[in-house]
Design a protein around this ligand. Structure first.
Ligand code: ZN
Length: 177
């Protein structure tokens, strides 16, 4: 199956907001399929459309029970707090323990046009928050604490020449260097 190249930090497509899908047609279905193949191939547990260069509001994910597609997702409620080590296909080779809400209520639409309404917690909720962030143009480096940000900058300075793929200067900018 075909896959698409995954965009990495420094690519402006990752920091622009996406637009809602107006009509779920065969093009959206084909996009979702190639996104699933790309996620499996990476491998990853979630992938947002702008990570493959498409400014549309949809993501695919697989929390371990098969790939699913969520179109026009919105998090309508969050609660609690949970720490989890989070990485990102668009920030290859780096991960951080990030604090986010433990539980989320996600609404969206499936490929079949049916409404999706999921109350998720822990791992699944974390995937949803990470992917909705992507669709809002937010990368996980913006969720770091001041200390993590300082450490990341130091690490990037050390690894500047060896960190690949991606654009270390682009990430340094995001970190506020
Ligand atoms: Zn990501």
């Amino acid at each position: 199956m075909p896959t698409l190249p995954i965009r990495t930090y420094g690519d402006p497509v990752l920091t622009n907001e996406t637009t809602n899908v107006d009509e779920i047609d065969s093009r959206i279905a084909a996009l979702a399929q190639v996104m699933i193949e790309t996620m499996i191939d990476a491998p990853g547990v979630g992938l947002a459309a702008n990570q493959v260069g498409v400014q549309k509001r949809l993501f695919v994910y697989d929390k371990g029970d098969g790939p699913k597609v969520i179109i026009n997702p919105v998090i309508v409620e969050t609660s609690g707090e949970w720490v989890y080590e989070e990485g990102c296909l668009s920030v290859p080779g780096l991960s951080w323990e990030i604090v986010r809400p433990n539980a989320v209520h996600l609404r969206g639409v499936g490929l079949d046009g049916q409404a999706i309404d999921i109350e998720a917690e822990e791992y699944e909720a974390r995937i949803f928050q990470h992917e909705v962030d992507h669709l809002d143009g937010v990368l996980l480096v913006e969720r770091l604490t001041d200390d993590q940000r300082r450490d990341a900058k130091r690490l990037l300075r050390r690894r500047r020449l060896s960190l690949a793929p991606g654009d270390p200067d682009g990430l340094r900018q995001l970190l506020g260097d």
